[in-house]
Design a protein around this ligand. Sequence first.
Ligand SMILES: [Zn+2]
Length: 319
Amino acid sequence: MPILSRNKSRGQEQAQEQSLTALSRPARIGQPERRVAEALAGRARSALFETCANPGCGSGWLHLWRSRQAPIFEGGWSCSAACTAALVASAVRREMDGRGLVAESHQHRIPLGLMMLEQGWITSSQLRGAMEAQRVAKSGRLGQWLVRQQGVSEQLVTRALGLQWSCPVLPLEYHDAEALAVLVPRLFVDAFGALPLRMAAGQILYMGFEDRLDPILALAVERMSGLRVESGLVQESLFGPAHARMLSAKYPAVELVEAVSEQVLARALSKSIEQAQPVESRLVRVHDCLWLRMWRRPQSGPMPECGSIQDLICSLGAH
Ligand SMILES: [Zn+2]
């Protein structure tokens, strides 16, 4: 055995012995060994006193058999399945109460046709024609009728929508659907017409929508990813193909759960956490769904590793 590793292993043995008693009596070993022992004892101490995140925990650190690294829910370690359940139940209540949610904006928006008329982008006869066509067909958005029937440019309609929502019109260059699929579950991309577009400076996620923003989804993604989400509109004819590409990308594993009550839902979520033993997990509400994301391994950057993530999306069925 090489000298170095022999010394090291002897040091470690001593250190381990020492760490068990470090709290009760002073060390009687040489300087290098002492440093190793102190380091190990320090770790052991912090692990020993890692406290359960459940405020109502009755057992705490007595669960010596349990890893201190997992499971972590919203930054806090839980010492037992019962404590995980209590933490999750309180997070479910928090999300269902709607705290942390943005209210739907009831801000008055100038009707699209009127705005375009005021800007001089369409004539009143174009507006009347499109409105009449929409009324007869009982389908389609006014902007679509202006483009298809009245020959108005699509860029102008998108620009008007941007003014209406006070948001930018986002370009589609360099859209890497595969790389971004890890940030928003496929179900939300599909159901809420969201299009993760680009990450900038490792801090900002640009998210595109077709004709209206979804501030609730944007906030949920922000809370989940820690990224700032900037929402904007994408021109309709560009949105469709990009959205289809996005839907066919590879997403993290997801489990869909339908629960009849908050209690059932909380139980399902905490059971998943106990099974996956994640190093971090978070719960956010997205419209009528709760989204639990679990990270099974520590991450090195803002873009999570697809294979290490497990999503659970719950809808409240008969509620
Ligand atoms: Zn506990």
